[in-house]
Design a binder for this molecule. Structure first.
Ligand code: BG6
Length: 494
């Protein structure tokens, strides 16, 4: 059973980019579900802000339509829908100009103790401009927080500019940088698994772990986001944030406490300990690919270049990396990361492979002794599996079998775990920044990513092609097989 969440105090959430895709697809459905679960207190308000000319009524209809699309089961209840729509308001504001700011100020009133959160679901170019105007119009109270979406910049320098602009008007403790992977239940479970069990932590080091794989594969292509994606690519869109954050949680030292700063200090140290990848080693440690026409779920799909309408595009839609963390715990343990679009399945998982048993006790005819593996699946079918060797039951010799101890979250707890944005939005209101990125973490992640980008662009080599619906370029398979290892396939989960 999933336990009832505690109510949060009433708040005003102001969403810049309030008529954008992220807002309709993720933010309003998340708030709707939290209200449905009784977590929002009476008096809470959600105020969308955008340049688009629209009345409150028209906006409410648009949100209702979005909820029916993205949460049809709950939205089929007219009372639930009506009570959520009651929370909504709409103010026309030009985020980069002067229009509407006085209206927004009047709308928000002047209670300094009321929690006020500004969600910047806009392009990062606007973050600084919005921050300046919030300050100029005296909209920032001591109970104000600001939430920013990735990407925080496109490299270290632009991230520092954005962070400076935000830091000029907000304290670091008021800035909530979202990486929605940190709000996923199984990601948080990594901390429980590591630090609430005596079993794993003593083995969580190079003495016992052979290697770790992190895979975040998607079957979708770039869909309607070609404009953004073609300037970003998989390294910036997925690795700089989601995959590196997963790596940090797997590899960090036990924090002194679960306070935001203690956890973020440990994550930052992991990023700072990564072996640098640059022109000297990028060809052995990185593979980038771009999908060509192929098939997804039995249907023919176009190649990336056709989808974005640029036959010369060298944007990568796939990345595989071999990383090393240069510290005492992880010296010599490779971390293989891969992510891509138009891969065969949507899977996010972390696989920890332990070292071989030190001595071959069993005769060859007992069967192959597989290495112990811990598989932490983030999506779909969230859960944890521990693969072990056991004796096949019955008489007639001693044969070994590879079997898994399974923990499926949906079977163990029933129902659906809350989505990442639900958890993260409520954490902002409570002022808990543990699952958000601190400035120095974002900048340390860019400091690792920038030399890889530089090496790729200096090499002048285009990304390697892969057929849509395959597991990426063959070079990605070679990257791990050169070390005598293989990518873990879905069979380890089924
Ligand atoms: C986003 C990326 O941050 O994460 C998208 O910009 C990607 O390109 C998405 O599709 C994946 O998130 P999830 O939660 O569906 O795995």
């Amino acid at each position: 059973m999933i336990t009832q969440a505690l109510q949060v105090e009433p708040f005003d959430l102001v969403v810049f980019g309030g008529t954008g895709d992220l807002s309709y697809r993720k933010l309003y459905p998340a708030l709707f579900r939290r209200q449905h679960e009784g977590q929002l207190s009476p008096g809470t308000r959600v105020i969308a802000v955008s340049r688009q000319r629209m009345s409150r009524q028209e906006f409410a209809v648009a949100v209702g339509d979005a909820l029916k699309r993205f949460d049809p089961a709950r939205a089929s209840n007219p009372d639930a829908l009506a009570s959520f729509v009651d929370l909504l308001d709409y103010v026309i504001v030009d985020a980069g100009g002067d229009l509407g700011w006085a209206d927004l100020k009047a709308n928000l009133g002047d209670d300094p103790a009321r929690v006020r959160a500004f969600y910047l679901a806009t392009s990062p170019d606007l973050f600084g401009k919005i921050a300046d105007r919030l300050s100029a119009h005296q909209l920032i109270t001591s109970a104000t927080r600001v939430i920013v979406e990735k990407p925080i910049g496109k490299d270290g320098a632009s991230a520092a500019e954005i962070n400076d602009a935000l830091g000029a008007v907000f304290g670091e403790n008021q800035i909530f940088r979202i990486d929605h992977y940190l709000g996923k239940e199984t990601v948080q479970n990594l901390m429980a698994l590591r630090f609430a069990n005596a079993l794993f932590e003593p083995l969580w080091n190079s003495g016992h772990i052979d290697h770790i794989q992190i895979t975040v594969s998607e079957s979708i292509g770039v869909e309607s986001r070609a404009g953004y994606y073609d300037k970003s690519g998989a390294l910036r869109d997925m690795v700089q944030n989601h995959l590196l954050q997963l790596l940090c949680l797997v590899a960090m030292e036990p924090p002194a406490s679960l306070t935001a700063d203690a956890v973020r200090d440990e994550k930052r140290k992991v990023l700072q300990s990564l072996l640098k990848i640059d022109a000297s080693n990028a060809s052995e440690r990185t593979v980038r690919g771009q999908y060509r026409a192929g098939a997804a779920f039995g249907e023919a799909v176009r190649g990336y270049a056709e989808e974005v309408g640029d036959s010369e595009s060298v944007t990568e839609t796939f990345v595989a990396l071999k990383l090393e963390i240069e510290n005492w715990r992880w010296a010599g343990v490779p971390f293989y990361l891969r992510t891509g679009k138009r891969l065969p399945e949507r899977i996010s998982e972390i696989v920890v492979t332990f070292r071989k048993a030190p001595h071959a006790l069993f005769a060859a005819d007992a069967g192959r002794v597989h290495q112990t593996k811990l598989v932490i699946r983030l999506q779909p079918d969230e859960g944890i599996k521990l693969w072990l060797m056991i004796k096949e039951p019955g008489p007639g010799g001693f044969r070994l079998q590879h079997v898994s101890l399974d923990m499926s979250f949906s079977k163990a707890f029933g129902g659906h775990a809350p989505e990442a944005y639900e958890r993260l939005l409520m954490d902002v209101i409570r002022g808990n920044a543990t699952l958000f990125m601190r400035r120095d973490e974002v900048e340390a992640a860019w400091a690792f990513i920038d030399p890889i980008r530089q090496a790729w662009s200096d090499s002048k080599e285009p990304p390697r092609p892969y057929v849509a619906g395959s597991w990426g370029p063959s070079a990605a398979i070679a990257l791990i097989e050169r070390d005598g290892r293989t990518w873990v396939e879905d069979g380890e989960w089924a």
